[in-house]
Design a protein around this ligand. Sequence first.
Ligand code: NAD
Ligand code: G3P
Length: 346
Amino acid sequence: MSDKVAVLVAGSWGTALASVLASNHLNVVVWTRTEEQTREINESHTNNRYLPGVELSSNIRATTHMEEAVSSAVAVVIVAPSSAMREVTGQLKPYWTEDMLVIHATKGFETESLKRMSTVISEELGCEEGRVVVLSGPSHAEEVVRRCPTTVVVASSDAAAATATQDLFMNTYFRVYTNRDMIGVELAGALKNIIALGAGMSDGLGFGDNAKAALITRGLAEILRIGMEMGANPLTFAGLAGIGDLVVTATSQHSRNWRAGSMLGQGKKLDEVLGSMGMVVEGIRTTKAAHAISEKYGVQMPIADQLYHVLFQDRNPRTAVEALMGRDPKTEMELMPLETWEQWHT
Ligand SMILES: NC(=O)c1ccc[n+]([C@@H]2O[C@H](COP(=O)([O-])OP(=O)(O)OC[C@H]3O[C@@H](n4cnc5c(N)ncnc54)[C@H](O)[C@@H]3O)[C@@H](O)[C@H]2O)c1
Ligand SMILES: O=P(O)(O)OC[C@H](O)CO
């Protein structure tokens, strides 16, 4: 069997995952958009724009040619930003064959259709959604390339595909668990970025750990509420893709979402913040998607709603905090419609 794995696109996370695969002695080919980036990876073994100062394995080769990247690969790992997922998968389609494992590690929705990434991929490739595997969990690229111990989850309704993915990635510093709940893992990975933006904003406003803990906990409550409505297993939100990723993203200065939120809290405007990042901040688009999803399903997402107003309707972050703190008194565990919970338990 071939030991070749293709990674579609060489941003920070694609490059970090390529490094894990190269550590496992696989023959890794990354597909990039530019000749300049391809040359840098092949000749200098670096990707300085996305992972400054990191030396990449010589087992990682780059190409701008999709056919060369994927032909005869056992697996294709798609790590495009959510906004480019349909376009990149469309470019993969002519060279993808049924025997190739399809894995994605993207955290977001298609904002126009509100579709999850596995739906977009399966539509473009013309395969069953259950064929796709999602890799998610608490994992900053900057720490993975330093081989810091990291745990992730791979989810698919195809148990054999999830196990094959576990075998590809697992090693002494990158521990991989399987999960059958593709919906829950994808929703958790996408929605936590909204809460990380909020946590950054709270820090930027000068608030403390109490506020951040409140955002994480009540953020988890609203992720759980919408997640159950959309068909997720509630226990997934207590796992690596849920609380694990929420904590790592909402509390770390590695997080682009936290950093963007922090700048907004300090009074910077969204355009200015995005201009200074130079990397994808998925939580911005996901906040727009969550606003529409919450209306579509009739499920309240108060934190996402306030962030939507700050990001897209110029609401002052302090006014958003006052609105959250001034909501009607509630019972803490009023998390989900009782019928949904009862359905789950019958
Ligand atoms: N960086 C992390 O630590 C990390 C960890 C886990 C998950 N993720 C997720 O991985 C996904 C990718 O994030 P990232 O951190 O690698 O982003 P990034 O900003 O570091 O890199 C994005 C890459 O996508 C490429 N790209 C953008 N538009 C494209 C298009 N239309 N066609 C082809 N290539 C295109 C860019 O050239 C760049 O190489 C996101 O969904 C993110 O949430 C990131
Ligand atoms: O840098 P962020 O905010 O996109 O988060 C990166 C990862 O999703 C953390 O698991």
